[in-house]
Design a protein. Structure first.
Lengths: 334, 254
């Protein structure tokens, strides 16, 4: 055994990584869902695009909460910052190129991530949660008061993204926006897969388990978490910008406590610490919110509540997490 | 030779009880020192103080000529002062390979990289394989730490410390909880360490102490009562007295 060379070792671990394979499966599933959604709800592409935007928010939350163990009920601050930035540059400064709007959204999300990280990471546990709630209220109030920029409680209107590549108008049916959203989601998903498996992703998982121990290895948990917060902000900024571009309005709700709390619920529903979990949770929750509420407007909230309780009690790893664990056990048993 | 590690008049009290009471010592590169003492003597507290995990009431810690007393734990590790934990502190959801790789990457300033996977980095995997092989953990390298035996976790604790390539290594009871059949692996790993590394090992197993150490320091009630050669320590009347009752088999083992 001690004679095994490094090459053997790498070959031996190649199977464990299944790098390309599981990535391709993941991307395949996202694309397949996107196509199915397109044909199932051709008249409701706006909803699907909104699901994608929210999924980006939940993925972003997963980075700091699922992978790093940060407790936050204020994560919509990052999403809202991205949405307002993308909207404001278009409505007030005539920067209407969707990619430019996206870039502003990403930058604003990252800055919001930096600010939120700097505040939230000063505390742990319950005080951390309280800080995050205080932050989202501050962001919300700031957007409300700066109404000459944000439109205040009326919302920001006058957003007019120009055609994508100068070719594809953002049409009334939301086709362009939907395709744009799907492509963004796939790109973000791919980048995040790389990050969570990188040395940095491994460092963050270790910090989540024992920040004191990681200090004894010479790494600064604070610096790593700040970095993750900025990345998370950029991802949420993509979601916010997508929302601004596709709906062409930005409301205060995109910067609200409710939205922060709902994104956490979606994450827990799907399963924390897994990108697929974040996606699953978003889709299931949004499906309930929209489809089930239309079918049964009186009881849909009851059903969401019951589903949540069932998941937390019987599938604490979330829908995806529990399913994945089940499959892994089956595979090991063989 | 200039000392690599120096402690001067270190003091710390917990609620009036002096747990570290004016401790001074210095170590040169290549030193192999055993720190022994009855339970509760303040050995772990001493390690916590010098590594920056705990703030001293007074005193000074110097590393390679530099005063590090006001530098935090992270800064001291980066300057080469590395410890292991008496009560294993590992990341239960991660594998031994990930532990060692993380230490290697951190040491090389690569732990912040956003892409690439250590499993595909030949130089990292090389070190991981060698170190885990040395400690007999190679076959378990991809198991979760929560699934491996406590004795093996103890060995991994040492592997992580070694992977950081310290200049001064403080081992807090590395063999405690390791099955007798495996303590040889620890000794071998220690024997293979670079000659200029300074090692201070806290250990209750006197056989191990005598095989490892060229110098023994005895701590009792927070103060150093003996600092000298292993052959003299058992003769020292103060050491015998300190161990009487609290640690009945010490004189026997010695
Ligand atoms: N954080 C703390 N607060 C209060 N008392 C403490 C603290 N840490 C250690 N002590 C006390 O300091 C004394 C020395 O503890 P320490 O863990 O350093 O002993 P030790 O020599 O490592 O013992 P052992 O051989 O059992 O590991 C003990 O009486 C312990 O109860
Ligand atoms: Mg101790």
């Amino acid at each position: 055994m001690s004679m095994t060379t490094t090459n053997d070792l790498i070959a031996e671990t190649q199977g464990k990584r299944r790098f390309g394979a599981s990535d391709l499966i993941g991307l395949g599933v996202i694309l397949a869902l996107a196509v199915v959604g397109y044909f199932l709800f051709p008249t409701n592409l706006a909803l699907l695009t909104r699901i994608i935007a929210i999924a980006l928010l939940v993925l972003s939350l997963d980075l700091v909460t699922g992978y790093c163990g940060v407790a936050t009920l204020g994560h919509a601050a990052l999403f809202g910052a991205g949405a307002y930035a993308a909207g404001i540059v278009s409505a007030h400064y005539g920067i209407n190129d969707p990619f430019a709007m996206l870039a502003f959204g990403i930058a604003a999300g990252a800055v919001a991530g930096l600010i939120c990280g700097a505040v939230i990471l000063r505390a742990h546990g319950l005080p951390q949660l309280v800080l995050s709630i205080a932050l989202i209220h501050l962001f919300h109030e700031f957007a409300n008061k700066a109404s000459s920029w944000t439109g205040g409680s009326d919302g920001l209107s006058g957003i007019a993204p120009s055609a994508l590549f100068g070719l594809y108008e953002f049409d009334l049916w939301g086709r362009t926006a939907y395709v744009f959203g799907v492509v963004l989601l796939v790109l973000v998903f791919f980048v995040l897969r790389l990050i969570v498996r990188s040395p940095f992703g491994m460092l963050c998982r270790a910090i989540k388990e024992d920040p004191i121990r990681i200090r004894s290895m010479g790494a600064s948990p604070k610096a790593a978490l700040m970095k993750m917060y900025v990345i998370s902000g950029a991802v949420a900024g993509v979601g916010g910008a997508l929302n601004a571009i596709s709906t062409q309005v930005v409301g205060l709700d995109s910067l609200s406590f409710t939205m922060s709390a709902e994104s956490l619920v979606m994450l827990v529903l799907g399963g924390t610490g897994s990108l697929f979990g974040a996606l699953t949770g978003t889709i299931v929750f949004m499906f309930f919110e929209d489809v089930v509420s239309a079918a049964n407007p009186f009881h849909w909230l009851t059903m969401v509540g019951a589903l949540l309780i069932a998941v937390v009690l019987f599938a604490p790893k979330g829908l995806y997490g529990t399913a994945a664990a089940f499959v892994a056990r089956r595979r090991e048993a063989k | 030779m200039q000392p690599i590690f120096e402690v001067r008049n270190l003091k710390r009290a917990f609620g009036g009880l002096a747990v570290t009471n004016d401790v001074s010592l210095s170590m040169a590169p290549g030193d192999r020192v055993a720190l022994i003492g009855p339970n509760g003597a303040g050995k772990t507290t001493f390690v916590n103080l010098v590594t920056g995990n705990l703030a001293p009431d007074s005193g000074e810690v110097r590393l390679n000529g530099e005063t590090v007393t006001s530098i935090d734990a992270i800064g001291r590790v980066r300057r080469g002062l590395v410890r292991s934990f008496q009560v294993t502190r590992l990341f239960l959801d991660m594998t031994p390979a990930e532990h060692v790789a993380l230490a290697v990457l951190q040491r090389d300033g690569r732990s912040g990289r956003l892409f690439g996977n250590f499993l595909a980095m030949p130089d990292v995997m090389d070190e991981v394989g060698q170190l885990l092989g040395k400690l007999g953990l190679r076959d378990l390298m991809h198991r979760k730490v929560s699934e491996i035996a406590y004795g093996q976790q103890r060995l991994l604790e040492i592997a992580v410390a070694l992977a950081l390539k310290p200049k001064v290594l403080l081992l807090d009871e590395p063999a405690a909880g390791v099955p007798q059949s495996d303590t040889g692996r620890i000794e071998q790993a220690l024997a293979d360490l670079p000659a200029d590394l300074a090692v201070l090992m806290i250990e209750h197993d006197m056989d191990l102490v005598f095989r490892f150490a060229k110098r023994v320091i005895v701590l009792a009630a927070g103060a150093i009562i003996f600092d000298g050669s292993p052959s003299d320590v058992t003769q020292d009347p103060r050491v015998r007295e300190a161990y009487l009752g609290s640690y009945a088999n010490a004189s026997h083992a010695a």
